[in-house]
Design a protein around this ligand. Structure first.
Ligand code: UDP
Length: 373
């Protein structure tokens, strides 16, 4: 065997694990079927702007060890995500906070806002929320559900909110304070120079082969290493033998505009059902502050994001973590546990709606288990 580890996929899980394996003195080969590293955090330089080619990624975490870890590979700016919701031209602050409640109902105090939510929750008769719709109404009431959640969620997931798991909406904070920070996280920022550079730094000194499809050359590639870390889709690994898991895919229409400022914010969510895209990202505001360098760049790059159901051959982005897919995943997981030399990890390998920090934490734990005595 030429290598101790073959890492399949040069995204965050693979890059972090590969880095740790090398640091522990192991020989590592990383492969990826794409022509570039970074997985879905890949950023590409267009007009001096780092464009998030596979969707917006805002690093945020409460895990100090993960924050310290990523800061070894990149300098992070102090970007704070505060998306704006556009509902048929009416603008609202996100996440749901006193600015949102004031605009929606004219309420001024936290007590008035809480009373309004409680009144709408009671009228809807929800005591024990069983799905996303009920969870959303019990958190923020029917008006906000109708204008800011229902349309967006049904576009993003292609399913009625009554058929979606409640946990998805719990990703968003609800606050009775004036705070447009989208994340409840101690640490937040964007790597200066782009995510690709950060991942390249993680992979420094490690052999990486691009444009290599693992599943198409499995036998030969398995023959190169004692252990395999597989970060691709778990169902693809097993040739979809038990049937495909469901994913959502995303399509981006990216445009370079000859103006310095298109929408004045990194993310604007289109929360009505009629607008075909879910959100528009204006990439320059991630890396450059709105007060300085960002305004001085004469051009801007925007991406309209369209959500679609995944089919074999498309890029999978979001696992659909509902009950049906949960049951099927468990069956694939049982098969995966029987694979002696292969470990499955990451959003696709574990079929889990992981954030970046959780993926890194999970790769570090795996490395910790294998390399520490
Ligand atoms: N969501 C919503 N309205 C918004 C933004 C988010 O209803 O304007 C809901 C929607 O169901 C979405 C979920 O919150 O799937 C999680 O949103 P998040 O921004 O965390 O999704 P991601 O950035 O991972 O696509």
């Amino acid at each position: 065997m030429k290598y101790d580890y073959l890492v399949v996929g040069a995204g965050l899980f693979g890059a972090v694990f590969a880095h740790e394996a090398k640091a522990a003195g192991k020989s590592v080969l990383v492969i990826d079927r794409r022509s570039q590293i970074g997985g879905n955090v890949y950023t590409e330089d267009i007009e001096g702007i780092h464009v998030h080619k596979y969707g917006a990624h805002i690093f945020h975490t409460n895990l100090k060890h993960v924050w310290d870890y990523v800061n070894r590979f990149a300098t992070f700016n102090r970007f704070t995500n505060s998306p704006v919701a556009n509902y048929h031209g009416e603008l609202y602050s996100l996440p749901f906070n006193m600015y949102t409640f004031n605009k929606m109902w004219g309420v001024v105090t936290p007590q008035e806002a809480a009373a309004k939510i409680e009144e709408q929750r009671k009228a809807a008769g929800i005591t024990n929320p069983k799905n996303l719709e009920e969870q959303a109404i019990s958190l923020v009431g029917t008006d906000i559900y109708e204008k800011l959640i229902k349309g967006y969620t049904e576009k993003q997931w292609g399913r009625p909110c009554t058929e979606l798991p409640a946990f998805i909406i719990k990703r968003l904070p609800v606050r009775l304070t004036f705070d447009n920070n989208y994340f409840n996280a101690l640490y937040q920022g964007i790597p200066v120079g782009g995510y690709t550079k950060m991942v390249a730094n993680m992979l420094s000194g490690i052999e990486v082969r691009l444009d290599v499809d693992y599943l198409e050359n499995k036998e030969e590639l398995d023959g190169l290493a004692n252990h395999v870390i597989y970060t691709g889709p778990i169902d693809a690994y097993f040739h979809y033998d038990l049937g495909p898991l469901e994913y959502r895919s995303v399509r981006f229409e990216t445009e370079v505009l000859d103006k310095p400022n298109f929408q004045g914010n990194a993310a604007v969510n289109y929360t009505d059902r009629e607008t075909p895209w879910t959100r528009i990202i204006e990439h320059k505001w991630f890396e450059f502050g709105k007060d300085g360098q960002g305004n001085n760049l004469p051009k801007t790059v925007i991406s309209r994001e369209y959500s679609s159901e995944w089919k074999v051959g498309d890029e999978p982005y979001y696992p659909v973590n509902d009950e049906k897919n949960g049951i099927l995943y468990k069956k694939y997981k049982a098969l995966a546990d029987r694979e002696k030399k292969v470990i499955f990890g990451g959003r696709l390998g574990e079929y889990k709606y992981y954030d970046m920090d959780a993926v890194i934490d999970s790769a570090l734990r795996l490395a910790g288990k294998r390399f520490e005595n």
